[in-house]
Design a protein around this ligand. Structure first.
Ligand code: DOR
Ligand code: ZN
Length: 427
């Protein structure tokens, strides 16, 4: 046996949950072997001027496989994730077929095995995400699934949601909710308000999200089940979650970059690239989401990476599917647009979501000797211009086309292997 090649990440500033220090990081055989000054190894990754951090963790990636491989595959989604600094992503279950059984969970995990990022999957709460019958959560949990959601839809039935929560608490897993009341949203394609009225597009009221947030907080109180609110988008949703956390309920939440950077005014040109669920909201909502991230009521940033083909996004606004790309821009948008320190940004993108996902034994770990080497190296000062055509994703539907942002991933290391070097994918 030949000795494993060693790698040193040199000249950077290490930032993790325990603080900050200037240090080189040596990686051997998938693990961090040393953290300190003037270290060397067979191969050097230059980190001068950079932050060396635990790899990012995305709680909300639509990878489209099985079923919509023309929009994305596990492989291409994971490559975009690695370029975005992620070492772990959680696949959403709204595939065809839905990820609602052990067989499909196995299929997705198998597809992820050779990907340049660890691919975990969520499982559906209900069979085919149809909201009628509980999915076999236990057989999926037995394969390591720790988060269940019907994402793309919320669980509408109160009684079924209560039973799902009781079942989930017994299994020790977390339920994640896409909060949207179908009856109130029915036929809406954007936020209901000033812009939907002006544009003549049917809207979805903020209350459609808020009613479900309110119900699930009540059910968390009733059942003790951990609930994670996906892509919170309204000021009152944030306020309710803040209050629930203060009351000691087992509640966490995520915000997406688009909900802290864009408003419904973006829909003025009828461009479906700005169509998303939940929809882009008002300036006051954006401010509330930012405030929630600042005070920790929203402890995680998740992408809701939702690739769609060019053909489908070229349909008229009311016919195009909702969703936008996120994996390759989330970190830069957080650095550019949020009034947070780099440590706070990394908490929301790495070690807190790792905990929510139940993968904090391997991801979001401290950068310390003996830990798994899942790392990203970020140049926090470099500016660049977003271009969907340059992305690893099979789709190009970024709402940030042409926008200048600050902060970019230089290298990503997955289980000790450099999968992104100088911004270039290595596999
Ligand atoms: O905009 C969205 N797109 N929201 C969702 O909940 C689903 C997602 C998708 O799958 O495209
Ligand atoms: Zn969703």
């Amino acid at each position: 046996m030949t000795e494993a090649a060693t790698l040193v990440i040199k000249g950077g500033r290490v930032v993790d949950a325990s603080g900050e220090r200037d240090a080189d990081v040596v990686v051997v055989d998938g693990r961090i072997a040393a953290v300190g000054a003037d270290l060397s190894a067979d191969r050097t990754l230059d980190a001068s001027g950079c932050i060396v951090a635990p790899g990012l963790v995305d709680l909300h990636s639509h990878l489209r496989e099985p079923g919509k491989e023309e929009a994305e595959t596990v492989e291409t989604g994971a490559r975009g994730a690695a370029l975005g600094g992620y070492t772990a992503i959680i696949a959403m279950p709204n595939t065809t077929p839905a990820i609602d059984s052990a067989a499909v969970v196995r299929q997705v995990l198998e597809l992820g095995r050779t990907a340049p990022c660890d691919v975990f999957t969520s499982g559906a709460i209900t069979v085919d995400r149809a909201g009628e019958q509980l999915a076999p959560m236990a057989e999926m949990a037995a394969l390591g699934v720790k988060i269940f959601t019907d994402d793309g839809a919320g669980v509408q039935d109160n009684r079924l949601m209560r039973r799902a929560m009781e079942y989930a608490s017994g299994l020790g897993v977390t339920l994640a909710q896409h909060c949207e009341d179908d009856a109130l949203c029915g036929g809406g394609h954007m936020h209901e308000g000033e812009w939907s009225a002006r544009l003549g597009i049917a809207g979805q009221p903020a209350e459609a999200e808020e009613l479900m947030v309110m119900r699930d907080i009540a059910l968390a109180r009733l059942t003790g089940c951990r609930i994670h609110f996906q892509h919170l988008s309204t000021a009152r949703s944030v306020a309710m979650v803040r209050e629930a956390i203060t009351a000691g309920l087992p509640v966490t939440a995520e915000a997406t970059p688009h909900h802290f950077t864009l408003t419904h005014a973006e829909c003025a040109g009828y461009d479906p690239v700005f169509k998303v669920n939940p929809p882009l909201r008002t300036e006051a909502d954006v401010a509330a989401v930012k405030a929630g991230l600042l005070d920790g009521s929203i402890a995680t940033i998740a992408t809701d990476h939702a690739p769609h083909t060019t053909e489908s996004k070229e349909l008229p606004f009311d016919q195009a599917p909702p969703g936008m790309l996120g994996l390759e821009t989330a970190l830069a948008l957080a650095i550019t647009e949020l009034d947070l320190s780099i440590t706070q940004v990394l908490a929301a993108l790495s070690w807190v979501p790792a905990r929510v996902a139940g993968i904090d034994d391997v991801h979001g770990r401290p950068v310390a000797e003996g830990e798994p080497a899942n790392l990203c190296v970020i140049d926090p000062e470099v500016t660049w211009v977003v271009d969907g055509a340059q992305m690893a994703s099979r789709s190009t539907n970024t709402p940030y086309q042409g926008r200048e942002v600050r902060g970019r991933v230089r290298h990503t290391v997955l289980h000790g292997e450099a999968v992104v070097v100088a911004g270039e994918p290595q596999r």
